[in-house]
Design a binder for this molecule. Structure first.
Ligand SMILES: Cc1cc2nc3c(=O)[nH]c(=O)nc-3n(C[C@H](O)[C@H](O)[C@H](O)COP(=O)(O)OP(=O)(O)OC[C@H]3O[C@@H](n4cnc5c(N)ncnc54)[C@H](O)[C@@H]3O)c2cc1C
Length: 288
C-alpha cells in the first residue's frame, strides 16, 4: 500500500529533485489516483514516495505571452472551474469535466496525467492538438518537451526519465479566429473512453489555415491525424470538407484490437466524433 512506503514531503522543487536523484527507487506521487490503483492491484509496490503536493511553486494557473501555464499539481477540478481556462483554452476545461468522478478530479493532477502517459487520457489530446509543452526539472536543470515532438512514446511511456519531475504544462491560448471541439464516447458517462477526440482549426478570410485532429484511446498513444489536417487546410470548412476530413481520420488513425469492443465500431466512432468536433471547432472559429 502507498501508506507503507517511506514518505518524503519536500516543500520546494530543488529538494524534490535532489531526493529523486539520491534515491534511485523513489517515485513521485501527486494526486495518487493512478498510483493508488496500481498499488491496490499489486502491479507495483512503491518503497519510497516523494509527495509533491506541499510544493507551492507547482500549483496554480497563469497566463503569460500567449500561453496558459499550469503548475504540475493543479487538479482537474481546479482546471474545470477556472475562469482563466474557460476564457483562454476552453477545451481544457471541457476535457477536465469529463475525467472520471468528482473525487478523482479533486485529487488528480495535470502533471500526473502528462507523466503517466495513459493513452486513454483526455489532456494529452488537448496538448497535441494545440501544441503544448511539458516542462520538467532534475538536479541538472530544466527541460522543455514539445508534446508534438513524439513526447508520448507508447503505453504509459513518455520521453521523461524516471528521475525527472514534471513542474509545468504550457498550452497556447486561443485567438478569436481559432476554435476547438471535444468529444468522448465511453460505456458510461466519464468512464475511460472507447474513443476521445479533440479538434482545432484556425480560420483566416473564411479559409482554414491550420487544423489539428487528435484521437485517443484507440492505440498506444494519442494520435495526430495528418491526413485529416491535409483535407482541411486551404478548404472553406464546408460540411463536405468536414466529412472528407473525418473519413481521412478513419482511414489514417490505427485502431488496435480490443476484446471488449469491435474494431469496426471504434473506427466508425473515430469518424463520427471527428466530424462532430470539427463542426464545433468551425462554429467557434467563426465566432459562434
Ligand atoms: C478510476 C479512475 C478513472 C479515471 N478516468 C480517467 C478518465 O476518464 N480520463 C483521464 O484523463 N484520466 C482518468 N483517470 C486518471 C486521472 O486523471 C489521474 O488523475 C491521472 O492519471 C494522474 O494521476 P495523479 O495526478 O493522481 O498522479 P499519481 O497517481 O500520483 O501519479 C501517476 C504517475 O505519474 C507520476 N507522476 C505524477 N506526477 C508527476 C510529476 N509531477 N512529475 C513526474 N512524475 C509524476 C507518478 O510517479 C506515477 O507514475 C482515472 C483514474 C482513475 C483512478
Amino acid at each position: 500500500m502507498l501508506s507503507e512506503a517511506e514518505y518524503h514531503r519536500p516543500t520546494n522543487v530543488e529538494s524534490a529533485c535532489q531526493l529523486l536523484d539520491d534515491i534511485p527507487e523513489a517515485i513521485v506521487v501527486a494526486g495518487g489516483q493512478s498510483l493508488g490503483l496500481l498499488t491496490k492491484e499489486g502491479i507495483i509496490t512503491p518503497e519510497v514516495l516523494v509527495d509533491i503536493k506541499q510544493i507551492d511553486d507547482l500549483q496554480g494557473i497563469e497566463r503569460s505571452d500567449g500561453e496558459l501555464l499550469l503548475g504540475a499539481t493543479t487538479t482537474h477540478r481546479t482546471i474545470e472551474q477556472s475562469e482563466l481556462v474557460a476564457e483562454e483554452v476552453p477545451v481544457l476545461a471541457e476535457a477536465a469535466e469529463h475525467i472520471a468522478d468528482v473525487q478523482i478530479r479533486n485529487a488528480g493532477t495535470i502533471g500526473g496525467v502528462a507523466a503517466y502517459a495513459d493513452p486513454t487520457a483526455e489532456y494529452p489530446l488537448v496538448l497535441l492538438a494545440l501544441g503544448g509543452t511539458v516542462v520538467s526539472e532534475t538536479v541538472d536543470g530544466k527541460t522543455e518537451y514539445d508534446v508534438r515532438d513524439d513526447f508520448f512514446e507508447g503505453y504509459y511511456r513518455s520521453s521523461l526519465d524516471p528521475h525527472e519531475l514534471v513542474t509545468e504544462v504550457r498550452i497556447p491560448t486561443l485567438d478569436e479566429n481559432e476554435g476547438t471541439g471535444y468529444e468522448k464516447m465511453a460505456y458510461r458517462e466519464n468512464d475511460r473512453a472507447l474513443v476521445n477526440v479533440v479538434s482545432h482549426v484556425r480560420v483566416e478570410d473564411r479559409v482554414c489555415s491550420e487544423a489539428n485532429v487528435t484521437v485517443g484511446s484507440v492505440t498506444d498513444r494519442p494520435y495526430l491525424s495528418t491526413d485529416a489536417s491535409d483535407e482541411l487546410v486551404g478548404s472553406e470548412l464546408t460540411d463536405e470538407d468536414l466529412e472528407n476530413a473525418a473519413a481521412a481520420a478513419k482511414a489514417d488513425v490505427p485502431v488496435d484490437p480490443d476484446p471488449s469492443v469491435s474494431t469496426e465500431y471504434r473506427e466508425d466512432l473515430v469518424e463520427s466524433l471527428v466530424e462532430g468536433t470539427l463542426q464545433d471547432a468551425r462554429e467557434r472559429a467563426r465566432g459562434g
